[in-house]
Write a protein that binds this ligand. Structure first.
Ligand code: PGA
Ligand code: ZN
Length: 426
């Protein structure tokens, strides 16, 4: 069998924050080779699959020598001989081998790097790009990008409480044009910050450092940046990742910058006022992962007209997506492959979301690598949206640029999701 796995090898590499992470190479009988790399989050949901780190003193406990040896000593001997074209069988083997509910034995970092490397090698063996291999012949679309202009929260020393202030080029006609629009807004925002003496570099995902005196000032500045770049609200809209689990618990939301503690109801009122004041079309994790009542109230109020995404709230898990459908707690899901540990489980989450009519956003992590697999996943599975962080730093640009290459390779058959990437009647 030409697609039989013959070699699996892991090594330690370094992510965009200069922290250790896992890279895995998978080689097949016919010489095809695939590589997968594990990203790493900073504002993680408590129900995410576990990232295996060494602990101890060295490298602040963040080294991954155990995760690397799990691949080389435990995973490799079991994978060798399996057919790389049977992704679900290979992923199932990883899940069985791990045998824990949260991937704590093998580690989600070793597992996702391995799982992605298998898919890459399989695509190479078929002479296909990864997006094409993953599409299984179904129609594909380039995703609507969500691109960060200001970074905040855990990615900017909590300088502001809200984590991501992003834009969505809903009015573009192609992915290529979408990036032109975002570039114009990004640089307009930089000029605006500079003119106020507030341009102080970038945060973890490459968005401008948020030197604002309130969270709302970031929204005002973003709205002005879009206008100064010459765009209307039906061309470029705003998305927020509140990442509320970082400052909310037990129905209390403590905003450091605004020096105010809100109840769930009061925080809801603040968010609703923002939605009525600024051109926001998508909000991620508006309430904390333990606040189902808050998520439900928010979705009930605005779920007809804006996208309400669960990230920490859903952690790419089918059971949590099903529960959110029942509860009416959101209407869209963030899909982060390393949050759940394998490509097949990510796909199951995608299929559950699609079945329920949920919006979908494939997403990177704040700690990233040069791996561009998520650009292929978002396109090949036709999910509609992709979130990778900002518009600087090459671990981000590698993903956006890869989408340009995919768009070009599609030639006349190309299609950009644009506003239809959002499951809203716009
Ligand atoms: P993380 O954040 O990668 O630091 O967890 C990304 C997000 O919340 O979307
Ligand atoms: Zn998030």
């Amino acid at each position: 069998m030409k697609t039989r796995i013959t070699h699996v090898h892991a090594r330690r590499i370094w992510d965009s924050r200069g922290r250790p992470t896992v890279e895995v190479d998978v080689t097949l009988q016919d010489g095809s080779k695939g590589t997968g790399m594990a990203p790493a989050g900073a504002s993680r949901g408590s129900r995410e699959a576990l990232e295996l780190r060494d602990g101890g003193e060295l490298l602040n406990g963040l080294d991954v020598s155990q995760a690397v040896s799990q691949v080389n000593q435990v995973i490799a001997p079991s994978l060798v001989g399996m057919d790389a074209l049977d992704q679900s069988q290979a992923d199932h083997m990883l899940i069985e081998l791990d045998g824990t509910p949260n991937k704590s034995r093998l580690g989600a970092n070793s597992m996702i790097a391995t799982s992605l490397a298998i898919a890459q090698a399989a695509a190479v063996s078929q002479g296909q790009a990864l997006w094409q291999y993953l599409s299984q012949g179904q129609a594909v679309r380039l995703p609507l990008p969500q691109i960060q202009i200001f970074g905040g929260g855990a990615h900017a020393g909590r300088r502001v409480d809200i984590q991501d202030f992003l834009v969505m080029p809903i009015g573009a006609q192609s992915f290529d044009e979408a990036l032109v629009m975002v570039a114009n807004v990004y640089h307009a925002a930089g000029q605006l910050m500079a003119s106020q003496g507030k341009r102080h570099g970038v945060a973890d995902e490459g968005g401008w450092w948020p030197d604002f005196s309130s969270n709302e000032e970031a929204l005002q500045t973003l709205t002005r940046s879009i206008e100064q770049a010459g765009y209307r609200h039906d061309q470029v809209a705003i998305a927020l990742d509140v990442a509320a689990s970082e400052f909310g618990q037990g129905g209390r939301y403590t905003l450091g910058l605004d020096q105010h503690v809100y109840s769930t109801d009061e925080w809801l009122a603040v968010l609703l006022r923002w939605l009525n004041t600024y051109p926001i079309l998508s909000v991620e994790d508006p309430f904390a992962e333990d606040d189902t009542a808050g998520m439900q109230a928010f979705t009930k109020h605005v779920g007809q007209r804006i996208q309400v995404i669960g990230d920490d709230y859903l952690v790419t898990r089918v059971d949590l997506i099903d529960a959110a459908v029942r509860d009416g707690a959101c209407n869209a899901v963030l899909l982060k492959p390393n949050q759940v540990g394998t490509l097949s489980e990510t796909r199951s989450a995608m299929l559950a979301a699609r079945q329920h009519g949920f919006g979908m956003v494939v997403s990177a992590r704040s700690g990233e690598t040069e791996d561009t697999a998520i650009s292929h996943i978002a396109t090949g599975w036709n999910v509609g949206q992709l979130k990778v962080g900002s518009f600087t730093r090459s671990e981000r640009m590698a993903k956006w640029n890869e989408c340009l290459r995919i768009e070009e390779s599609l030639g006349k058959n190309t299609s950009y999701a644009g506003k239809h990437g959002l499951k809203l009647a716009l």
